[in-house]
Ligand binder design. Structure first.
Ligand SMILES: *[C@@H]1O[C@H](CO)[C@@H](O)[C@H](O)[C@H]1NC(C)=O
Length: 131
């Protein structure tokens, strides 16, 4: 191999790797059970084309997570805690009323309702939906 070939290949690889990762801005959503100790949170989230495996029983302090790279997708979640449940848009870039989820965000179920955080683990929390 010519001595110039390696730096050229390396540069090409780095440019390609950088542009691919920049183009694929994916989103990871976490739904966290922060209910009373030992209470189970049932999580059923879906888009038009994907039901993410249906209903999942999430234990105390655990989370259900999924990842996607489409931007024009809408995900709805139904969370159930004993006899009560609530339905909300977990991701909808076209809806100004739905908090923006960037690379990562969390929906946290607490005894008084569902909170949104733009981080995981969740830090600053805003109550968005009551049970
Ligand atoms: C919480 O609400 C405040 C006030 O509306 C807003 O400025 C902030 O960005 C919100 N935080 C999150 C994580 O959505």
């Amino acid at each position: 191999m010519e001595s110039k070939t390696l730096p050229v290949l390396l540069t090409a690889f780095l440019v390609l790797a950088w542009s691919c990762s920049a183009a694929r801005k994916c989103t990871e959503i976490h739904v966290v059970n922060d209910l009373d100790l030992n209470d189970v949170l049932d999580v059923a989230c879906s888009s038009k084309d994907d039901d993410l495996g249906g209903k999942h029983a999430i234990g105390s302090a655990k989370d259900f997570r999924w990842r996607f790279c489409e931007k024009d997708v809408v995900y709805d979640c139904i969370l159930t805690w004993g006899p009560v449940s609530t339905l909300f848009h977990a991701f909808d870039a076209g809806d100004d009323a739905t908090p923006r989820c960037g690379r990562v965000c969390s929906w946290v179920a607490k005894p008084d309702g569902i909170y949104f955080s733009d981080t995981f683990p969740p830090k600053s929390l805003n109550l968005t939906h009551s049970w």
